[in-house]
Design a protein around this ligand. Structure first.
Ligand SMILES: [Zn+2]
Length: 470
C-alpha cells in the first residue's frame, strides 16, 4: 500500500520546510516539495511530521498498580509492588495494550517492555504481551525480566549476615526459558523483538549475565538491564564486587553497541568512559528517578562523553503514567539545575533526536528507523499544529518539548501502517479497553504491605536513616 502526506512541516538542520512524503509499503520512498501524489493522500497542512519516539524502558504490568504505591525509595517500593503482583495473562494483555496506547498517543512508535513474568506462567506472560503489541501495531521489544536472586538480596547487607530465600528458578532453567521464548516469540518481521534483559546486577549472578551474552550472540539480539539506579545499588556493588558495577559488566561482555541501560544514576567519570568506549546506550527515566528519589542521572556528562542517550517512561507504578512527551520534557529540563553551563543544556531539537534516533541506535535499528530519511521504515507521527497547546505559531518543536502538548498527536504510522488517525487509536477499541480495565480494578487506598514491614528496618539502618525521636 502507498500513500502520500502532503504539505507537512518537517525540521531541517535549522528551521523548517513544507514537503510531501511518499510512503511505499513499509518505507519512506520520497521526501520533497510537490511530489506526484501516489495512493491515498493525507493532508499534512498545518501539521508537523516527526520520526516516532522510543519509550525505551517500561514495565507494562505495573500499570495495574499505578497511582497507589506510597512515596518510597526503589527498594521499599519494589517490596510493595511485588507483594501485590498477582496477575493473569489476560491482565498482562490489557496492560500491554494500555501502555502501547498511551505511548502512541504521546508520540511513540516503539516500546521496550522489561516484562515482569508471572511465576509458573512465564511463556503465557510473554505470549500475552506479544499478542497485545502485534494487535495494536506498535513496534515492541520484549525483554522478559529475569533474575536468579530473591528480592531481599538487592538491599546491601551493611556487614550483617542475612538469610535470603532461594530464587524460584535456577540460572540454567531461566536461560532455557529464554531460549524457548526467543524461538517462539522473536519475530522482527512482525514488529516483535525479544531481548535479553536481566533485572540488574543487584539480583543477577555473573552466570546469568554471561548466559545472556551467549544467547544475545547466538540469536543476534539486543541486551537491556537496569544499571545503578539507586545509591543502595552502588553500595551493594561495592559489597558484591569490591569495585564498579560498570567495570564488572564490561568484564562479563554485557556492554555493547546493542545494549541499553536503564537509569544510570550513580555512575562516576570512569564508568562514563566505559559506556562511551563500549558504545552502550543510556535510557533516561527522569520521572521514575524523581518519584523514587533515586537521584538525577548525569545526562549532560554522558552527552559530552559521546554516550548515546534516549528516554523512557519506566513502569507506570513509578511514574505514574506513560506520557512519553512528559518524560522527554522533564528529562530535558531537569539538568538545567544540575549543570550551570547553559551551553550544555539540551535543546528541544536535540531532545527530539535523542528520543527518536537515540532510541533506534540503542536497539540496533538506526539503519532502519529513527529519522525522516528516504529508505527507512515509515514509523512516523503527525502533530496537529492547530491544537491549542501547540499555539501560537512560534517554534513547533520548542513548544512540543517545552510546552504541555495535550492530545496533539493526529496520526501515527508504524511500519507504514496506520495505527492512530484523527487522534484516535484505530487498531483496537480503546473504549472497550477502558471498560475492561475499569471492571477489573477498584478504588483502594489502604492496603498494607507485609514485605515492606519486613525489610524497612534493615533498609533504614544500612542507608543511615534515623527514626524520628518521639
Ligand atoms: Zn525499570
Amino acid at each position: 500500500m502507498s500513500f502520500t502526506i502532503q504539505n507537512a512541516l518537517i525540521p531541517l538542520a535549522s528551521g523548517y520546510a513544507t514537503v510531501d512524503v511518499r510512503i511505499e509499503a513499509d518505507r519512506i520512498a520520497a521526501i520533497a516539495p510537490h511530489l506526484e501524489p501516489v495512493g491515498t493522500v493525507i493532508d499534512g497542512q498545518n501539521k508537523l511530521l516527526l520520526p516516532g519516539f522510543f519509550n525505551a524502558h517500561t514495565h507494562s504490568s505495573e500499570f495495574w498498580q499505578r497511582g497507589m504505591i506510597p512515596p518510597y525509595p526503589l527498594e521499599l517500593w519494589l517490596a510493595e509492588l511485588y507483594d501485590f503482583t498477582l496477575f493473569s495473562p489476560e491482565q498482562i494483555y490489557l496492560s500491554a495494550l494500555a501502555t502501547a496506547a498511551e505511548t502512541l498517543l504521546s508520540g511513540g512508535t516503539c516500546v521496550v517492555d522489561h516484562l515482569v513474568l508471572i511465576p509458573g506462567q512465564e511463556e503465557e506472560t510473554i505470549a500475552a504481551a506479544a499478542r497485545a503489541y502485534e494487535e495494536i501495531g506498535i513496534r515492541a521489544f520484549i525483554g522478559p525480566l529475569i533474575q536468579d536472586a530473591s528480592l531481599t538480596e538487592s538491599i546491601p547487607s551493611g556487614g550483617k549476615l542475612l538469610e535470603h530465600q532461594p530464587y524460584a528458578r535456577t540460572t540454567q532453567e531461566t536461560l532455557s526459558l529464554m531460549e524457548r521464548a526467543i524461538d517462539r516469540f522473536h519475530r522482527p518481521e512482525a514488529g516483535i523483538h525479544l531481548m535479553l534483559a536481566p533485572t540488574g546486577m543487584q539480583l543477577c549472578s555473573d552466570a546469568l549475565f554471561e548466559g545472556c551474552v551467549t544467547l544475545s550472540d547466538r540469536y543476534q539480539l539486543c541486551c537491556h538491564t537496569h544499571l545503578l539506579e539507586t545509591r543502595a545499588q552502588q553500595l551493594l556493588a561495592q559489597e558484591k564486587y569490591g569495585y564498579s558495577a560498570v567495570q564488572h559488566l564490561k568484564h562479563l561482555g554485557f556492554l555493547t553497541p546493542h545494549t541499553s541501560l536503564a537509569h544510570c544514576v550513580w555512575l562516576d567519570d570512569a564508568d562514563i568512559e566505559i559506556l562511551s568506549e563500549t558504545r552502550s546506550t543510556v535510557v533516561h527515566n527522569p520521572l521514575s528517578n524523581l518519584r523514587l528519589g533515586s537521584g538525577v542521572a548525569p545526562i549532560l556528562k554522558y552527552r559530552q562523553a559521546g554516550v548515546n542517550v534516549t528516554f523512557g517512561c519506566d513502569g507506570s507504578a513509578s511514574n505514574d503514567g506513560q506520557d512519553l512527551l512528559e518524560a522527554i520534557k522533564i528529562g530535558t529540563l531537569l539538568h538545567n539545575v544540575t549543570d550551570t553551563d547553559y551551553r550544555h543544556w539540551i535543546s528541544p531539537r536535540e531532545a527530539i533526536e535523542m528520543a527518536s534516533l537515540g532510541g533506534a541506535t540503542g536497539l540496533n535499528l538506526a539503519e532502519q528507523t529513527g529519522s525522516l530519511t528516504v529508505g527507512k521504515k515509515a514509523d512516523l507521527v503527525l502533530y496537529d499544529l492547530t491544537n491549542l497547546s501547540l499555539l501560537p505559531r512560534t517554534d513547533p518543536i520548542g513548544l512540543l518539548v517545552m510546552g504541555r502538548p495535550a492530545s496533539a498527536v493526529a496520526q501515527v504510522w508504524v511500519n507504514g501502517q496506520t495505527v492512530v488517525a484523527k487522534g484516535k487509536v484505530q487498531t483496537i477499541d480503546v473504549d472497550l479497553l477502558r471498560q475492561e480495565i475499569f471492571d477489573r480494578s477498584q478504588w483502594q487506598t489502604n492496603r498494607q504491605s507485609a514485605m515492606v514491614q519486613q525489610v524497612e528496618a534493615h533498609y533504614r539502618s544500612v542507608m543511615g536513616l534515623l527514626d524520628d525521636e518521639s
